[in-house]
Design a protein around this ligand. Structure first.
Ligand code: BTN
Length: 314
């Protein structure tokens, strides 16, 4: 990824200069750049006599700026990880784990329901917040909804006003996915354990093959977003809302969550359980379960494997 770090400034660099920097030939530079274009979904300009330039440059994470803006939060910032959630889970075995793990790219980013999370270099945000939980818990529904609200707050601060949530915790803009959340528990749920809150946000990504409709902050705002500023906003919003949740529970946040729910009142199909369930979204319960009106009666649903889609155009 050294080539990408050099090209991050968005200026032209000659193949010769890049080769000298890395100790490889010009043709080896051309080959590596072609591979990076394919694997990282980046757009490179190659101009005879000028060299190579990355369209819009890259907004790299700035660990010093991050730490200065988040003085109480011990950070682990890496260049490449398999998954920030995996690293965070491993860190929880240490007596004094960091509070949050961030990386420029993930080689095995994980989504919900065993899916892959596309994580190209220095384009999106990949962060895992580690929380120690001293009360016995296996209930992650309400915390995961609170995390969704925190992401919405951070996106609004950045100028994305019309972002919305889809139960349990997809982040959408105009029906397309801009972010996702994966909560994982590690340790003994009956004793002291840790919750790892993984958050992925599509920030500056312009092209990717993803099997569902997606968008990015760059597409919505029409400009490259500073990933360091976003990470600071996100971690601050997250800690504020988690504190409110710890002090007063989910009930006071419930109305706000429902107001942000893209599919409130819509006819949906809930899948991932034994059978698909068709119903109308009533909202969420005080502990974060989904409330559906099914055949004239209210039913509640929980479970990390459940997933909603619109039944038809209601
Ligand atoms: C989803 O919507 O399916 C959840 C996506 C969660 C992706 C984030 S990126 C940071 C963290 N590390 C991972 O491997 N996954 C989460």
């Amino acid at each position: 990824m050294r080539l990408l770090r050099i090209l991050a400034d968005g200026r032209f660099h000659s193949g010769e200069a890049l080769g000298a920097e890395l100790g490889i030939s010009r043709s080896a530079v051309a080959k590596r750049l072609q591979q990076l274009e394919e694997s990282q979904g980046i757009k490179l300009f190659a101009v005879r006599g000028k060299g190579y330039c990355l369209d819009g440059g890259l907004s790299l994470l700035d660990p010093q700026r991050l730490q200065a803006q988040l003085p109480g939060v011990r950070l682990l910032v890496e260049d490449t990880l398999a998954s920030t959630n995996s690293t965070a889970m491993q860190c929880c075995r240490n007596p004094d784990p960091p509070c949050a793990v961030l990386t420029e790219c993930q080689t095995a980013g994980r989504g919900r329901r065993g899916r892959q999370w596309v994580s190209p270099y220095a384009q999106n945000l990949y962060v895992s917040r580690i929380l120690r939980v001293d009360q016995p818990t296996t209930q992650l529904e309400a915390p995961s909804l609170v995390v969704g609200l925190a992401v919405i707050h951070a996106l609004r601060q950045q100028g994305i006003a019309d972002c919305a949530l889809k139960w349990p915790n997809d982040i959408l803009v105009g029906g397309r996915k801009i972010g996702g959340i994966l909560l994982e528990l590690t340790g003994d749920p009956a004793d002291s354990c840790h919750v790892v809150i993984g958050i992925g946000i599509n920030v500056n990504m312009q092209q990717a093959v993803i099997d569902q409709a997606w968008t990015s902050m760059r597409e919505q705002l029409g400009k490259v977003v500073d990933r360091t500023v976003l990470a600071v906003d996100l971690l601050r919003c997250l800690d504020q809302l988690l504190l409110r949740h710890r002090e007063a529970g989910f009930a006071p946040l419930r109305a706000e969550w429902e107001a942000a729910h893209a599919w409130q009142g819509r006819e949906v199909c809930l899948s991932g359980g034994r059978e698909p369930v068709y119903g109308r979204v009533l909202g969420v319960s005080a502990d974060g379960a989904l409330r559906l009106q099914v055949a004239g009666e209210e039913q509640v649903f929980t479970g990390g494997e459940l997933s909603l889609r619109l039944h038809d155009d209601s």
